[in-house]
Design a binder for this molecule. Structure first.
Ligand code: SAH
Length: 458
């Protein structure tokens, strides 16, 4: 970050603008929304500046900025459309230790003004460090469309109600009240604003309720592949207990105050015993917290979901499951292939290469039949075993097999192999990320360059 965004107090501050033409006007329109006292310096001023002076909104000085004018000023805008004059004002500001902006000259400015979406007191500032103003405008347009016009009024009303809401215990209870107070507001369905007083009464009654556990599928790893329900669950979580496979960009979506626990690697032990994970889930929920148990892909696929649900049931804790996009779906999408196909396979098998006892046994005869399609999870190290079993049961060495590493993530790789070449290709590729093997499917020619495809899809 070359520029650090902050919100500057304008109440009682003085802001100096050098210039009286269009450039200065554009800045003044923005500055007049603040509570600052504004001084404009220009030999000649646009008639609108004179109007504003008449209305008492600013003071116009028909002379250039001097060092004494900057005494105690909070900000200076050099907006005279005259490069030499702007440089002179900037030098004075630097001397006086006042933050200055030279309009349209990012390189020489001490600060730059972001693009703004104004729903005061809610203000969104957008900056690209000047690198992509067109993009900043698009982001602004998107936010303008998203944030309802009445947002500011609702927030002011909430602010006034804040002392009353303190009747609720601090933390989760109060947060839930505010969640409901703003429900629908940002989902394109604002509806009528809820009456805060009766809503508060409902929440006071609910404040003594117990916690709950949400088993949430995080999808293959790209935050774009989270469901809206999963996002909402992350917004509500007091505690997030996640698998090693869930990447940082998804965890960053959790509430900032949420406790984040990795169940699977360092911190909680190299491979956390299931009983410890169950214990942690139950403990936090029993304290009345909302626990999100975040699992890669879909929680019901090789995720020990039942064991954790059973632990909740045994402890009398409420739970629910939020499904996610499983790795096989993301991998098939990247191959550009259908997992089922009329006349080829009317069943799809989902297998693991490993189970608790080691290499997993399967119905090899069925899997060896021509046209069979299977998604094999955790199969990298079992590839040679799987190959041997399938060929022993009559599978062709030429059967197409694809391996998709980091499916659905930016670093995704696809290996297009055959059953005969599979183990050697896996070794040669040196796969380090999670990979799913799709038996019976080859990448469709057009989908071979998958990174390019994903770019287009965005
Ligand atoms: N519940 C997960 C699977 C967990 S088991 C799901 O539904 O996807 C862990 C295995 O899942 C990994 O060994 C790998 O085979 C597969 N896997 C998970 N995420 C993956 C990804 N992004 N790309 C490829 N395989 C993945």
């Amino acid at each position: 970050m070359k520029f650090f965004p902050i919100f500057l107090r304008t109440e009682g501050a003085r802001i100096v603008v050098s210039g009286g033409g269009e450039t200065a006007l554009a800045k003044l329109r923005l500055l007049l929304k603040t509570e600052a006292r504004i001084a404009v310096h220009a030999a000649e001023a646009d008639p609108r500046i004179l109007d504003w002076q008449q209305e008492g909104k600013l003071i116009w000085h028909p002379r250039p900025v001097s060092a004494t004018d900057l005494d105690g000023a909070r900000l200076v805008y050099a907006a005279s459309d005259d490069a030499a004059e702007d440089a002179r004002v900037a030098a004075l500001a630097r001397e006086a230790g006042v933050l200055f902006n030279i309009v349209d000259n990012r390189a020489d400015s001490a600060f730059i003004t972001p693009a703004l979406v104004d729903r005061a007191p809610v203000v969104v500032a957008i900056g690209t460090e000047g690198a992509a103003p067109v993009l900043a405008r698009r982001i602004k347009a998107g936010l303008e469309a998203w944030l309802p016009a009445g947002l500011g009024a609702r927030v002011r009303e909430a602010d006034a109600f804040r002392p009353a809401a303190e009747a609720l215990p601090k933390g989760r209870a109060r947060r839930r009240f505010w969640d409901d107070a703003f429900a629908g507001l940002l989902d394109g369905m604002p509806g009528p604003a809820p009456q805060l007083a009766p809503l508060l009464e409902t929440h006071k009654a609910a404040a003594t309720a117990a916690g709950e556990v949400l088993f949430v599928g995080a999808g293959p790893g790209d935050p774009d592949d989270l469901t809206l329900r999963a996002r909402r669950a992350l917004d509500r979580a007091d505690v997030v207990i996640h698998d090693r496979l869930v990447p940082a960009p998804i965890l960053e979506l959790a509430r900032r105050e949420a406790e984040i626990v990795e169940a699977g690697k360092t911190g909680f032990g190299p491979s956390t015993p299931q009983a410890d994970i169950n214990g942690l889930i139950v403990d936090r929920a029993a304290r009345g917290l909302v626990v999100v148990r975040l699992k890669a892909g879909d929680p019901s696929v090789f995720g020990r979901l039942d064991e954790e649900i059973e632990a909740c049931e045994a402890a009398g804790i409420a739970w629910s499951v939020v499904p996610g996009l499983t790795a096989a779906s993301a991998a098939a999408a990247s191959l550009g292939q259908s997992l089922t196909r009329r006349g080829r396979n009317s069943e799809l098998r989902v297998l693991t290469g490993h189970d608790v006892k080691g290499l997993a046994d399967h119905d090899w005869a069925a899997l060896a039949r021509p046209g069979a399609v299977a998604a094999i999870y955790m199969g990298k190290r079992a590839a040679r075993f799987i190959q041997g079993r399938l060929m022993m049961h009559g599978a062709e060495a030429a059967t197409p097999v694809s391996v998709v590493e980091n499916a659905g993530r930016p670093e995704e790789r696809i290996l297009s192999a055959t059953l005969g070449s599979l183990p050697a290709e896996i070794v040669a590729a040196g796969l380090t990320g999670p990979a799913v093997i799709l038996l019976g499917l080859a990448p469709r020619a057009a989908a071979r360059s998958v990174p390019a495809l994903r770019e287009v899809a965005r």
